[in-house]
Design a protein. Structure first.
Length: 149
């Protein structure tokens, strides 16, 4: 729960918001745990990803495992399909928060960090699309770690 002035302060200070979108998927919405424990008015202010992004606060998505299971695609989906109207972010913003956002949160300021572009370290994953995407190949610093292709 953060208000507009708090978001402006985070943006001004360059703070990266490390957040867990699956929390909203599990506990948000009109009848979830947030409402039960905080009341409907306060619960609506939980996980305001769109407002944080609009205020210029960089987002970094994670799972907070083992509280919620590892699942980057579930986190991206939860951020896009936020259970509070107006709090979700577009898919490209969610994907960036789950890739380049982590690099930024770790202090990497290079514009290449977390991106697959010429000149960047060759670290990437190839996914088969679908409701439950499947990782086909993982490469870190040019070395193949996992390969089903």
């Amino acid at each position: 729960m953060i208000d507009g002035p708090g978001m402006a302060t985070l943006a001004e200070l360059g703070v990266v918001a490390s957040v867990q979108p699956v929390f909203d998927a599990w506990w948000g919405g009109p009848s979830g745990m947030y409402v039960d424990r905080l009341g409907a008015d306060r619960a609506r202010g939980m996980n305001p990803y769109a407002a944080l992004h609009a205020a210029g606060v960089p987002l970094a998505f994670g799972s907070d495992a083992p509280v919620t299971p590892l699942g980057p695609w579930a986190a991206v989906r939860a951020a896009v399909e936020h259970r509070t109207a107006g709090s979700g972010v577009p898919q490209d913003v969610a994907l960036a928060a789950h890739t380049t956002g982590g690099h930024r949160a770790a202090g990497e300021r290079s514009p290449l960090a977390g991106r697959l572009v010429p000149g960047a370290p060759a670290s990437y994953a190839v996914w088969e699309p679908g409701d439950q995407p499947r990782c086909l190949r993982t490469v870190q610093d040019g070395r193949v770690l996992h390969d089903t292709l």
